[in-house]
Ligand binder design. Structure first.
Ligand code: PHE
Length: 339
């Protein structure tokens, strides 16, 4: 390879990427580079030409080194600017999860009752017949014990079932604690229902119990009014309709005025202005006695509500199934105090 050809090559060379740069390095600067032959040929050059020959080859080598370093610098710079972050930029928000809407509502309900002295009690999800039914004054033939409603785990003498309400926890509290009792029991409950938008085989409840001397229906009503206004806003009204539960007498169904339409009537309240949110009543003396509490000395009230139902009203999510599908697109919409 002659000096002229190589010098022409160097004057035209274009190093566009890292691969080309490496090829160039091997060809002109590597251990078997093309200039080596030119250096080796020095000994055959006539003495008087040696000096200028050597200078030309050295110039080629310097030119090659220069091209190499310039190309390398240019390439690193484009590489850096395409990948580069601004190192002084503050970090972005990390991806954080959201609380489940049912947890948010449960927490809110618990806080409201905490303020007036109710403490949380919890119990097992697998219950025996006594705590779920018998102590709560369910007659042996009561339809709620039917296979239709209850998931039985073990039939027979030591019957076990998935609890159908958290009233079972209240039985445990009454058995183990002397009045006064002021407790709420949040938790998951199970009922054997076909899954649809309006029913599920499990849901969540918060049930409350207050037992002391002289507790009256007026106390119950005032407590529930306080609760409804704390949860749905100060303009909220409640009304009670007579109902039936084996464990309370008298019993009532509680409606709150519809907060979506200011009780004017809308499709959520079915144009009645009222929304049903819970059951309640005065604890039946049979229940107190079954749990070892003297019903001549003590009276009490109880109430129970579905957390999904409250969440439906607060978040306007009407399909129950969404609460247990764990779809992140659904879940990430909920923030504490968003409504
Ligand atoms: N345990 C009832 C239910 O599961 C709710 C309730 C609790 C009603 C306490 C009255 C008193 O539906």
């Amino acid at each position: 390879m002659s000096i002229e050809i190589l010098s022409q090559e160097l004057s035209q060379v274009q190093v566009q990427d890292e691969h080309a740069l490496e090829q160039f390095r091997i060809r002109f600067l590597g251990s078997k580079n093309v200039l080596k032959d030119l250096y080796a040929a020095i000994k055959d050059i006539p003495n008087e030409e040696k000096r200028s020959y050597g200078q030309q080859v050295n110039a080629l080598k310097e030119r090659a080194e220069q091209i190499y370093h310039e190309a390398k610098a240019a390439l690193t710079q484009t590489l850096q600017s395409s990948h580069a972050e601004d190192l002084t930029k503050p970090a972005g928000d990390p991806m954080v999860g959201a609380h489940h809407p049912l947890s948010l509502i449960r927490r809110e309900i618990i806080e409201i009752f905490n303020k007036i002295g109710f403490v949380v009690s919890e119990g097992p999800e697998i219950e025996d017949d006594w705590h779920n039914f018998t102590a709560l004054n369910f007659p042996p033939e009561h339809p709620a014990r039917d296979m239709q409603d209850t998931f039985f785990i073990q039939k027979g003498a030591n019957e076990l079932a998935l609890r159908t309400h958290t009233s079972s926890v209240q039985v445990r509290v009454m058995e183990n604690q002397a009045p006064p009792i002021r407790t709420i029991s949040p938790g998951r409950v199970y009922r054997n229902e076909a899954i649809s938008a309006r029913a599920h085989c499990f849901f969540h409840q918060v049930e409350g119990l207050y037992i002391d001397k002289g507790v009256s229906f007026a106390d119950l009503k005032q407590t529930l009014l306080y609760f409804a206004q704390a949860l749905f806003g100060p303009q909220t009204q409640i009304r009670m309709r007579p109902s039936y539960f084996p464990f309370t007498e008298p019993s009532a169904e509680v409606d709150v005025s519809c907060s979506l339409c200011n009780a004017q009537g809308c499709n959520v309240c079915k144009y009645t202005g009222w929304l049903e949110i819970m059951g309640c009543g005065m604890v039946d003396p049979n229940v107190l006695e079954a749990c070892g509490i003297d019903s001549n000395e003590y009276t009490g009230y109880a109430f129970g509500m579905g957390v999904e139902r409250i969440a439906q009203l607060k978040y306007r999510v009407t399909d129950l199934r969404l609460y247990s599908e764990n779809d992140v697109r659904f879940l990430k919409q909920f923030k504490p105090g968003m409504l």
